[in-house]
Design a protein around this ligand. Structure first.
Ligand code: ADP
Length: 165
């Protein structure tokens, strides 16, 4: 049985991430979406919120589950017995950072390979930051994220603006 782990911040999950998940499911028997808790990243949603948002978004996906990941990905991959780490590659701009991480992870855990998947071209420009920027200014994000994520974004920005009043 081949198990893959797809790690990320998912702040929040977008159709780009979901496209990668679908592609990974064609290759792996089982997929774990791992929510990272990188303290250096100032996220809009808490780790728990991101976990719940992802859980809802992947509800209908077979053999896929979401987990919270603490500590190093290289160790987590071993803990969950994943044979590969999956990452999405959008453009050349992703490459350098991804290349560095993949090699560092392989140094720490030679048992786990990193596999890069490319999304459908229509998602190659899409990232969570852009979605947050649009939503924060009241724009529509319907074509970038599922309905439940759109709702979570709306609620978040509503509560943020009422806090600032
Ligand atoms: P991280 O902070 O770890 O980069 P992200 O949530 O931003 O986490 O992304 C997780 C993974 O998904 C990364 O490999 C990223 O390149 C990939 N990814 C994000 N958005 C897209 C997209 N639109 N298409 C394909 N891959 C994507």
């Amino acid at each position: 049985m081949k198990r893959g782990v797809y790690p990320g911040t998912f702040d929040p999950i977008t159709y780009g991430h979901l496209d990668i998940i679908k592609r990974a499911l064609d290759i792996f028997d089982e997929l774990i979406v791992a929510i990272g808790e990188n303290p250096a990243k100032n996220t809009l949603f808490s780790a728990e919120e991101r976990f719940n948002i992802v859980r809802e978004a992947i509800e209908d996906y077979p053999n896929t589950k979401v987990m919270m990941m603490e500590g190093l990905l290289a160790h987590f991959a071993d803990e969950v017995q994943a044979s590969a780490i999956i990452r999405g590659l959008r453009a050349l701009s992703d490459f350098e950072h991804e290349f560095q991480m993949a090699l560092a992870n392989r140094k720490m855990n030679p048992r786990t390979e990193t596999i890069f998947l490319m999304p459908n071209e229509k998602y190659s420009y899409l990232n969570s930051t852009m979605v947050k920027t649009i939503a924060s200014m009241g724009g529509k994000v319907t074509s970038f994220v599922p309905k439940s994520v759109e709702k979570a974004l709306k609620e978040k920005y509503k509560s943020k603006s009422s806090k600032n009043e």
